[in-house]
Design a protein around this ligand. Structure first.
Ligand code: MRU
Length: 355
């Protein structure tokens, strides 16, 4: 198997005015290939098929998706532009239901058009906003890395699930950002990556990213997590996040809640890394977060190999909800918060949304 080399901080979504050049995450680690997305449908498919995945990266891809759609708009009839834009926006928003960053990024870009007074003004404002979202996310992730690193110490053993790394964001990642920054400090953290069935984002992507950055990483299957915590001296668990509800419950990749329960049973701190773009002030509790269910084949097959009998009944939720009680702290770009202490943050996000 050839495993391609990643330069640290590879950019997974590149805006090119009439198309998006997108790192196809389904092909990693065997192939590092960029695909060209030229239409709204291309972007919709890329998000729903997980060619681009990870909450912030999905938001960035969707933002640019709306921009390339606008750039292709020929008429100067502004009301009909706005009308069609609303349709394009709700189509892209339907590509995946759980990560709130998708809606957040689409709202930001579309709001720029709503505030404009002509098609050409709207196109420029939308492009500027999408590029800003991408640039801000890089700075945000770096901050999350800095705050997150303060929770760890040299030579610690840390567990994670799925991939909340550089390719899932503009750069640095969220849960993996402290690991990248630990390297800059000369530390030697030992990361245990859960493989993350069914689509193996941990085995395929997290191991690859961390190896390229020369960070010590050991792969385990998801069912080995509790035993590994118990026997390998795991000091902390840190995971990414797709949505934070107002009460501090969070949704993340399926298997996260299991890790949180195990961590609590073994008295191991459980941290969630989440930018403010992942907070959803309109969702009261975890019960209100829509959980994506994906196709049976993702569970019955691995790649093209059929594992289970063809007619096997399958339940395939892509995410689960971890109640706030299980979370030691949420690491954001504005600092570290306990889930029962989110009021100020929620108030601030509410004000920013209204203004
Ligand atoms: O289905 P995926 O691969 O998009 O799920 C991704 C996750 O669950 C990540 O932990 C989350 O989006 C945070 S990425 C910085």
């Amino acid at each position: 198997m050839t495993v391609v080399e990643q330069k640290v901080g590879v950019v997974s979504v590149i805006y090119k005015k009439d198309h998006i050049s997108l790192l196809d995450q389904r092909l990693l680690p065997q192939k590092m290939e960029y695909v060209q997305l030229s239409t709204l449908q291309d972007v919709w498919h890329a998000i729903s098929r997980l060619q681009v995945r990870g909450a912030p990266a999905i938001g960035i891809a969707a933002a640019f998706g709306l921009v390339i759609w606008a750039n292709d708009w020929k008429s100067s009839d502004f009301p009909s532009f706005l009308d069609s834009l609303r349709g394009a926006k709700s189509q892209l928003a339907s590509s995946r239901p759980t990560a709130i960053n998708l809606k957040w990024a689409l709202d930001r870009v579309a709001n720029q058009a709503e505030k404009s007074s002509s098609v050409s003004e709207a196109k420029l404002a939308m492009e500027t906003e999408a590029l800003k979202i991408q640039a801000e996310d890089e700075a945000t992730c770096r901050k999350i890395g800095e705050y997150g690193l303060a929770l760890f110490a040299d030579e610690q053993n840390i567990m994670t699930i799925c991939n909340a790394g550089s390719i899932a964001t503009a750069r640095y990642g969220t849960a993996l950002a402290p690991f990248y920054l630990s390297k800059e400090k000369g530390w030697n953290l030992h990361i245990y990556a859960c493989e993350t069935r069914p689509l193996l984002q941990g085995a395929r992507l997290t191991t690859w990213e961390l190896q390229q950055a020369d960070i010590d990483v050991t792969l385990i299957t998801d069912s080995m997590a509790a035993h590994t915590m118990q026997t390998k001296g795991i000091d902390a668990v840190i995971v990414g996040c797709d949505r934070v509800a107002r009460n501090g419950d969070i949704a993340n990749k399926i298997g996260t809640f299991g890790l949180a329960i195990q961590a609590k049973a073994l008295n191991i701190p459980f941290y969630v890394a989440a930018p403010l773009s992942t907070f959803d002030i309109d969702t009261a509790t975890g019960k209100d977060i829509p959980i994506e269910e994906r196709s049976d084949e993702e569970v019955t097959c691995i790649g093209n190999a059929q594992l289970a009998p063809l007619s096997t009944k399958v339940f395939n939720p892509a995410f689960d909800v971890t109640p706030a009680d299980y979370i030691t702290a949420i690491v954001t770009e504005q600092g570290i918060f306990t889930p029962n202490n989110l009021d100020k943050l929620i108030e601030q996000i509410t004000k920013e949304t209204v203004s």
